[in-house]
Ligand binder design. Sequence first.
Ligand code: SF4
Length: 731
Amino acid sequence: MQETRSTCPYCGVGCGVIIDSDGAQITAVRGDPAHPANFGRLCTKGMTLHLTASSPITRQTRLLQPMHRAHRADAPQPLSWDAALDLAAGKIADSIEKHGPEAIAFYVSGQLLTEDYYVFNKLAKGLIGSNHIDSNSRLCMSSAVAGYKATLGADAPPCCYDDLQHAQCLFIAGSNTAWAHPIVFRRIEAARAANPGMKIIVVDPRRTDTAGMADLFLPLQPGSDVMLFNGMLHLMLREGWVDSAYIDAHTTGFAELKTLVRHCTPERVAQVCGISQADLATAARWFATGADSDPAQRGATLSLYCQGLNQSSSGTAKNAALINLHLATGQIGKPGAGPFSLTGQPNAMGGREVGAMANLLSAHRDLGSPQHRAEVAALWGLPSVPDKPGKSAVEMFQAAADGEIKVLWIACTNPAQSMPDQTTVRRALQRAEFVLVQEAFAGAATCAYADLLLPATTWGEKTGTVTNSERRISRVRAAVPAPGQARHDWAIAVQLAHRLEARLRPGAATLFPYDTGHPEHGAQTIWNEHRASTRGRDLDITGLSWPLLDAAGPQQWPLPEGRTTGAARLYEDGIYPTADGRARFAAHAWQPTAEQRQARYPLSLSTGRLRDQWHGMTRTGTLGRLFGHAAEPGVQLHPQDMQRRNLRNGDLVQVSSQRGAIIVPVQADATLGLAQAFIAMHWGSEFLSGRSASGEPLAGVNALTPSAFCPASRQPELKHTAVQVLKADLP
Ligand code: SF4
């Protein structure tokens, strides 16, 4: 038996795990008591990792060899690795020659390791010359990124999990922490037990399990968050609860924001948000003063937030409006205080750090900055990197559906199920001339569209690093060998890149000098190149070698050369990474959701997570015990909305939007407001049937959701769709 220390592959809490294995099979998983994210605890998903890794369904659905489909109507046939890589390199190089580099696009994943992400980004922007690389993190955290950059000057969550112990007021907005980040929720419960005076405010249209522990629950109307936050600031100003000394010393732009929030009166907020003026006043007071403490003392206020703010057509405004409250009250840069975004995926942060998004470059550099492009070109040994903006997730699939993008390379993500507006995504996958899918599980809906399927390793088999919500970098280590012919994601990209270099840069030294024959060495070489690229940047990790991670355990960034531990929290000196060192208030007026309820679609549909399932269920859906919490898909409605439609629990209903319809059982749920509906995001075509407006079969709830996105972050509005729910008219 052997023990391997690694990291849970599910959510952004980033819990440490100890994997027991017999050298061939993973036999057990325990929480790592030494890991600072979880101190030995695991949630249901983490605790069952070993079972999902070895379940009979997992074994059946593992992709174990390259598979090729000569014609789309054919069944895929096995192919050797050499033939598969030659084929893919040929298709890509031919397409570049015929249509230019921008005909090639990459859609990658927050479940890749930082090293995988780094290579994909260099391959797309450095070798091929296409900035069309985006991640499914676009669907997850890009509004948080844009919100931090607009206000604090850098994409750097300033807080840490230990802040939960120091907070006197906890403001949770758009996050069902109890289900989506269960170990953070355990830490909240522990903090509350240690400090019974702590006040918890929960803002959510649904009375979730998280709301169940709130001292104050604000069941706001979907999409009205900016009005709520601006209204809180209005009251803070009126009552003298702002911290004028902090504003004067460390910020700019407050005058404009003051003018904006003058109109956000309690009456107006109550009307738009659907909450009482008394509750609004309590929320503003607790937030500003750190609950009931003496205003002169100011207890600490910590905000936790997630997809309820991010997955919105005004996601950046929501993030910025909440950060404004922290800046206006000086609730930042001290223990227990600050805006703290919870990342959805295990390595959404790592993707941001290496710049594997359409608008980013390595080490939090911006593609739009000529200086940053020149710096990255110099780091990569290239004359330049392309300046034309890349396409974000929604735009990328739209461009492929329009015939503009010819080759789609998809790694470790399942856009046929997870992207909004499935009809467009399907059209993109069908119209692209070559679709390469790098996957561990052949059951993912996107695999059905692949011309070439390349088998990738997955958790328990991979080696590298991930970064969690609190900027903490942890090692991921292989406990068992790769099954069948599966290869590591970065190694597949490197081997294909070497073939492309022979066509695109004949005779030149390789840009990818990473040893694919020795994964530990190869991945560490990539890591060292990445960390060298961070020198002098806000996330400087030039001091963080793998030997240090192995010796000292997971570390938070920044950790520049000369330091041996990272920074627990940022901006304690009140100096921000902006040109003048000051944080910037961002004045955003409230905007309604992209789709409005209307006579034909009178309900607001929100999607979200279940406690025991993960994403499209390729892993968690293989284990019967994880269905104990929710055995089948369903749409939840308020009992009065059920009554009005003459529906009873378990009736099959058709949930329809402008884009399509799905059929699911309905359940009464009084935790929802009137005219609201909720469906868990996980269920795919194995569990429910759906049709697009034009009659094509669809793979999940995203048959319904719109492709509207935030203009600043380009994150789609998955949290709001106008729908109708009616009894299904079954034959
Ligand atoms: Fe894994 Fe997240 Fe659960 Fe921790 S809280 S065990 S990281 S799923």
